[in-house]
Write a protein that binds this ligand. Sequence first.
Ligand code: UD1
Ligand code: CA
Length: 460
Amino acid sequence: MNCKTAVILAAGAGTRMKSEKPKVLHEICGKPMVSHVTSQAAAAGSENIIIVVGHGADKVQSQLADQGLSFALQTEQLGTGHAVMMAKDQIPDEGDVFVLCGDTPLITAETLKKFAAYHTEKKNAVTVLTAVFENPFGYGRIIRGADDQILKIVEQKDASEEEKAVKEVNAGMYCMNAVFLKSNITKLSSDNAQNEYYITDLIAMAVESGNGAGAYIVEDSDEIMGVNNRVQLSQASDVMRKRIAEKHMVNGVTIIDPSRVYIEDDVVIGNDTEIWPGAVLKGKTVIGKGCMIGADCQIENSTVGDGTDILKSVIKDSSIGENTHVGPFAYLRPGSEIGSGCKIGDFVEVKKARMGDGSKASHLAYIGDADIGEDVNIGCGVIFANYDGVHKFRSTAGDRAFIGSNSNLVAPVNIGADAYVAAGTTVTVDVPEGALCVGRSREVIEEGWVEKKGLSKKKR
Ligand code: UD1
Ligand code: CA
């Protein structure tokens, strides 16, 4: 395989998307469409990837910055052939080149490798990737001669009725000999229904000049699905989600209903983990082995240790250790680091807080800007009051500290190891190790008060 260079066309306006955003930046499973193409090209062996940008060039270039990609600018979108012309000077003078589209995000490295191998084996100047579609509308048609050899590609808008009946379509992906490409690309004409320079005309040129053109039919036609509008965007997303879910299932993850989970491409999940319907797993999330991700959890850029279970909770930019229970209805905001064997129960919100192994906040608490040791108990209704309206402060609770229900810890305060805070206390000073802090007034009991006041509702 020697397609060391890949040119990816991504300058088109994408009018049919009806969007302010350039088409190729629309996302499929959390990644811009064009990034799926660049990563598959790279995985297929392309080291030099040139993106042709034009419509929304700044946005595309800045979103794809720092990924080792090169860019060629097509200021006017005069067609796919014209787009390749813009990259001509960056294409090496030898070897083979992939020409791919930024709007066909389902192509895989495996197919690209087989495609390139076929191209090399047949010694073609140009090989086009094709598929057979029941409904070929909108795609360029592959026109073959009597001997089944490819003759040319005809665009939908230029096709005769007979040509429109052809079901074999152009995927918009090509493997080309660099010498042939560079010496013929500038010879394209725009004499067609759209007055555009079509890359597809290179096929007929190769046939006519006797340089050899071929077609490689893709095994799974889903891979070449082009995205031109939002209906197709959702159809491509469906395929990608299914593919990702299947990868995890093959790796030993149980997914109760694969049609009802959203898992982005880079998410890692250990075996024997169960994923229930409605789970949304995004970004660089890593989930360990034997976990239970319950219904309707949203987990983003977070790490979850082995054996942890999470029910109906939202977790962002955080880490959770092993065998910890989270939820239902917990909210871990960015910067939360929860240890192993912990419990973050219902209606507990945590923000930028560390919690050591074995610590528990079982219900209804706000833990913001805190450093909590091991085996600490945080009672129901505890609030780490971290904000004075202007500044935020941190508080600490040492190992085995017990923070009674409905306490307020007015930051910054430090609760020593083994210390107790009595239920209902508002703590504004540090509590030494092993001490008890009670901050509430004594109850007053008046015997017989109800009778005395004549308030008794007892039946006489
Ligand atoms: C193109 C093919 C068609 C094929 C289909 C597969 C041509 C003439 N037609 O049609 O045979 O079946 O793809 O999906 O090539 N682009 C540029 N600059 C331009 C025009 C387009 O960079 O001036 C880029 C677009 O951003 C897009 C890709 O090229 O990523 C394809 O362009 P698009 O307009 O979508 O072509 P199709 O009509 O789909
Ligand atoms: Ca297209």
